[in-house]
Design a protein around this ligand. Structure first.
Ligand SMILES: N[C@@H](CCC(=O)N[C@@H](CS)C(=O)NCC(=O)O)C(=O)O
Length: 250
């Protein structure tokens, strides 16, 4: 797909979801054992879980389960035909199945409260999330043949980021496991594109946050950012990352 069209429909998908998965809490603690989410990027229920992960500012290991892929087959045979989302939380220890149950678990375990109704899979959320899947024309749903690396990749992203979604879709289709570092926006001046943060002063993230750490390393905050320990590359720019993934693993 032409890259401009790709980003335009990705922006529309975020708009259908009212830009949920943009703003993150200011909490900085991460679970001792990183959460693992069996996820399908294009699935409407999985999207609701990923939005909450951004909003709670939690990192997660994504085990992509595209239709027709090995991960989905393994998941189904391990859990009696269950489909994503499934969360493995070794801190509880718990395997949590289904979007609503996972969202409840995340709020209770990591915020000590019940989730607000807006986070749950009500009819309106389900419909708008299905619309978001529809406008992406099935991207991030079906498995394609791929070469599998030995180590997980690392992606900096946040759920509604129009530039990051196509990268997450490609990672899903190629069934590439990755560590997702969510860099949701924590203050007004985090808003806007990377080169035009909404701030009159030079941009600065909140101190002692993941954004701050990223800023100290790179001199700005911009997602998507991919690190591949298998080849030693790290890179910005969605178009270049998509090309890299295709060339290396597609
Ligand atoms: N040309 C870049 C644009 C990336 C970009 O502007 N990303 C936005 C998020 S969609 C961003 O990093 N905004 C700044 C921020 O979140 O602090 C690409 O294609 O990857």
């Amino acid at each position: 797909m032409n890259h401009l069209l790709n980003i335009t429909t990705s922006t529309l998908a975020s708009t259908y979801r009212f830009w949920r998965g943009t703003v993150a809490s200011k909490a900085i603690e991460q679970p001792e054992q990183t959460l693992i989410l069996f996820d399908q990027e294009g699935d409407s229920k999985c999207r609701l879980v990923r939005e909450v992960l951004t909003e709670l500012n939690l990192n997660v290991i994504i085990a992509p389960c595209p239709t027709g892929g090995e991960n989905l087959a393994k998941l189904k045979s391990a859990f009696n035909g269950i489909t994503p989302p499934v969360l493995v939380d070794s801190n509880s220890p718990d395997v949590v199945k289904g979007a609503e149950e996972i969202i409840h678990h995340l709020f209770l375990q990591y915020r000590g409260s019940k989730p607000p109704k807006a986070c749950l899979g009500q009819l309106s959320s389900t419909l708008t999330s299905k619309l978001a899947t529809g406008i992406r024309l099935g991207a991030g749903v079906k498995a394609r043949s791929s070469r599998q690396p030995s180590l997980p990749l690392v992606l900096y992203s946040f759920e509604s980021s129009p530039f990051s979604r196509p990268v997450r879709e490609r990672l899903c289709e190629l069934e590439l496991t990755y560590i997702l570092i969510n860099l949701g926006k924590q203050q007004f001046s985090d808003m806007g594109p990377a080169k035009l943060h909404w701030s009159l002063k030079p941009y600065k993230p909140l101190p002692n946050t993941k954004r701050d750490e990223f800023f100290k390393q790179h001199g700005n905050v911009q997602v998507p950012y991919l690190m591949d320990p298998n080849t030693g590359i790290d890179m910005f720019e969605s178009k270049d990352i998509l090309w890299y993934l295709e060339e290396t693993y597609g």
